[in-house]
Design a protein around this ligand. Structure first.
Ligand code: ARG
Length: 273
């Protein structure tokens, strides 16, 4: 009787654990991260290969957006990016992963064609609501120190939580795009702070914003779209936001706005598992 009860309790616990996990274990690690340092606007050049889940999304060979590799429960890699990055057939896109300098030699680089992708059915090109898309790859990556999947946020963010945003986007509003991967850290803001900046344009049910209110200076910008905003939680990097929009870049009163991955994770789960 006790054994039966224990077995039952174990099943319940396992079911609960399975429910909260939508990607394979072992995600969010940064094996190639050096101790050296630890731009985008107001950021620094990333340590080469220190963000092994970011890839450059390319349209006929040129960089258009960022995005992140995730690994489904059955071990299949997918690429998560912004819906607003995509408006053509899958065959025009590819992703370039394990790259630091877009124009340099990249011995660890792995490139993948896209077999199909699906934008969130609720994506609205006018409001940028549900600005998320998931792409399936024609071939599967080899996991290396320089290529690893990110974890998907399995809990909500909190105001003041430190997030990192990574990308090859412009180094200033209207400036030119980065050649080498840049990173910036900035605090996630509460929904009421985001709403006070943007009013009803900010949809708290599917968006999250970050920045230093009244100061600015640190942000994503053009070309960073689709890329990751991550937070280090429980021993791994978790995808909390997808770069989506903002009024200008890094302006003091206008934080960057991201698709809210935790609130969109059930959608993502349905597409990858
Ligand atoms: N929409 C831009 C892109 O396509 C990204 C904008 C992010 N802006 C910001 N201020 N955080 O690359």
């Amino acid at each position: 009787m006790t054994a039966l009860y224990l077995a039952f309790a174990l099943c319940v616990a396992l079911a609960a654990a399975m429910e909260s996990r939508i990607t394979a274990p072992g995600c969010g690690q940064t094996p190639a991260r050096s101790l050296a340092s630890h731009r985008i606007v107001g950021g620094i050049e990333a340590d080469p290969y220190s963000w092994p889940f970011i890839c450059s999304l390319q349209y006929s060979g040129s960089h258009i957006c960022g995005g992140s590799l995730v690994k489904s429960l059955d071990g299949t890699f997918y690429f998560v990016t912004a819906a607003h990055c995509l408006d053509r057939q899958a065959r025009y896109y590819s992703i370039s992963c394990a790259v630091h300098d877009r124009f340099g030699s990249n011995p660890h680089q792995q490139v993948f064609d896209i077999s199909s992708y699906v934008n969130h059915e609720g994506y609205n090109a006018n409001t940028f609501a549900n600005d998320i898309s998931v792409m399936a790859l024609k071939s599967q990556p080899t996991e290396t120190n320089q290529l690893q999947p990110v974890c998907v946020a399995d809990s909500d963010y909190y105001g003041g939580e430190t997030a990192y945003v990574i990308g090859w986007g412009t180094l200033s509003e209207g400036g030119s795009a980065a050649r080498r991967l840049m990173e910036v850290s900035k605090p996630i803001l509460t929904d009421s702070q985001c709403r006070s900046a943007y009013g009803s344009s900010y949809d708290s049910s599917v968006m999250v914003c970050s920045g230093i209110l009244g100061v600015g200076g640190k942000d994503a910008c053009q070309g960073d779209s689709g890329g990751p905003m991550v937070s280090y939680r429980n021993g791994g990097w978790h995808l909390v936001g997808v770069v989506s929009w903002g009024y200008g870049c890094a302006r003091p009163e206008y934080p960057g706005v991201y698709a809210d991955v935790f609130s969109l994770r059930n959608w993502l789960n349905g597409k990858i598992n």
